[in-house]
Design a binder for this molecule. Structure first.
Ligand code: SF4
Length: 483
């Protein structure tokens, strides 16, 4: 069954132009992604044994996806055995409804959250705010984009598109609204000091915590969270009620599998051996424990994932959300995550968005935002065949007539011209006329009328040879015969 994903309904050219005109975003995204890629290269270069561990992790994860129904069952049994509650949400809305019911039944007045892409996917915050229950993001990047009312622009570094001056402005506005002391400057230390003191109050006041999850260990019923700020520790230990919302594909079989895979997100995403904090939750607070939630609820989200099993796209479910494919992608580095219009940007977003929604949203992604350079394939620690999938999705889009009418018309006309020798020759003659009109100018700007004007703005046209090979051959033959 197809899932539901929120998306930006501005047309692609509008999203693209907004991105290309945002020089600050392009600079910061370019800087962050290049830096991550550089450090990652260094760590693999200096630790040759990592490659063997990565390959083992890929094999074990693929097997876990094949055994997903049984492993999920095992995970649920283990969690429930310790007094926690589990739910299977078929659709995004089901997950939201379950979480809202839990919050309402505890009269929650403030919810704190650690970073989670699946809660972006189901638009949890929006639903809670609508229900009158404020949600506070506690990951620094998420906190920044929450103040900016934006979606994450990178799956690992949600505020990678903003520089520190912009962050200071957001914090200044927040401080003035809350009537509290603003940050002292736009130095990173001052900004983090402000965020820490502000969020600490919320940690203490919250009556419900919400997390995502990086891994679910079926053998032990353990939820594993990896973070770099330690905020997940606070979210999972201070509020009396904890709700963890996790995609079903996060399952791993056992502790041995976890030890192979747990390094991969940090190594491939940010070039470190391990994230700074690893939080493991096995159940609610037991009698005598000093910390931990009194209640723990785990919502396992399907939302189109299960339908990918036993298809050519099954490997997509091995994604560990490390962001390495985004960092390596030359298109992502130029336009950033918001241009994609999907919760999941970059190469993995191009593949997942149409698949999870059965092409209901953003069908332009596989064609418009990929050059098929294969950089993502090389970067992906889980060996997901991203370029092959993108080609396959393009085929489906053409077969199902999902391209815009302009694209369809252009391709049909092109095919008509080039499917006969006469048509091909006429198109070359036309190209020569265009070339004469443009003089020596190679930039196509201003050469194309109407709907093609935008296309011409950023392209250089190749010089058409004065003669085609056939013309040259014909002339050569005639000259040879005359001799
Ligand atoms: S597709 Fe691969 S590289 Fe991209 S986020 Fe997922 S695991 Fe990381």
């Amino acid at each position: 069954m197809a899932g539901q994903l929120p998306y930006d309904n501005r047309p692609w050219p509008e999203r693209r132009d907004a991105a290309l005109q945002n020089q600050t975003m392009r600079h910061t995204i370019g800087f962050v992604t290049r830096r991550f890629t550089l450090i990652k290269g260094e760590i693999y270069r200096t630790s040759p044994d990592l490659e063997a561990s990565r390959k083992t992790a890929v094999g074990q994860k693929r097997q876990a996806i094949r055994d997903l129904p049984q492993l999920l069952e095992q995970f649920r049994n283990q969690v429930e055995r310790r007094g926690a509650h589990t739910y299977l949400a078929a659709q995004a809305q089901d997950a939201v409804d379950i979480a809202l019911n839990i919050a309402r039944s505890h009269q929650a007045e403030l919810v704190i959250k650690s970073k989670s892409m699946v809660t972006e996917e189901i638009e949890l915050n929006q639903a809670f705010e609508k229900a009158g229950i404020p949600v506070r993001e506690t990951d620094l990047g998420e906190y920044i984009i929450q103040l900016a009312k934006e979606r994450p622009s990178h799956i690992l570094a949600p505020a990678a598109h903003r520089n520190r001056h912009q962050v200071e402005e957001l914090f200044q506005a927040d401080a003035s609204r809350e009537k509290i002391s603003p940050p002292q400057s736009d130095e990173i230390e001052d900004l983090t000091r402000y965020a820490r003191s502000r969020l600490r109050q919320e940690f203490l006041r919250a009556d419900m915590g919400v997390t995502g999850g990086n891994f679910l260990v079926a053998e032990t019923g353990t939820l594993v969270l990896i973070t770099n700020e330690g905020n997940a520790d606070m979210v999972t230990s201070l509020p009396p009620v904890l709700v963890s919302i996790v995609g079903v594909e996060k399952i791993v079989r056992d502790w041995a599998s976890l030890t192979e895979i747990i390094q991969q997100p940090a190594m491939s995403g940010i070039g470190r051996h391990l994230s700074s904090y690893t939080t493991m939750i096995q159940g609610p607070k037991s009698p005598g424990s000093v910390e931990g939630p009194r209640e723990w609820h785990v919502i396992l989200v399907d939302n189109g994932r299960m339908a990918l099993r036993d298809t050519e796209f099954e490997d997509v479910l091995s994604c560990i959300r490390c962001g390495a494919c985004l960092n390596a992608c030359p298109v992502f580095r130029e336009v950033g995550g918001h241009a994609y219009g999907s919760v999941y940007p970059g190469p993995i977003g191009i593949v997942e968005t149409p698949l999870l929604t059965d092409f209901q949203v953003l069908p332009e992604l596989p064609s418009a935002l990929c050059t098929l350079c294969h950089a993502c394939q090389e970067a992906c620690p889980m060996d997901i065949a991203l370029p092959d999938h993108i080609i396959s999705l393009r085929h489906t889009i053409v077969k199902r007539h999902l391209n815009s009418s302009t694209v369809n018309w252009t391709l049909r006309t092109w095919a008509r011209f080039w499917s006969t020798p006469g048509g091909y020759r006429r198109s070359i003659s036309l190209a020569r006329v265009m070339q004469r009109l443009s003089g020596k100018k190679r930039n196509a700007q201003g050469l194309f009328p109407g709907i093609f004007a935008g296309w011409g703005q950023t392209r250089e046209i190749p010089q058409v040879a004065p003669k085609t090979f056939h013309e040259w051959w014909q002339e050569w033959k005639e000259r040879a015969e005359e001799k």
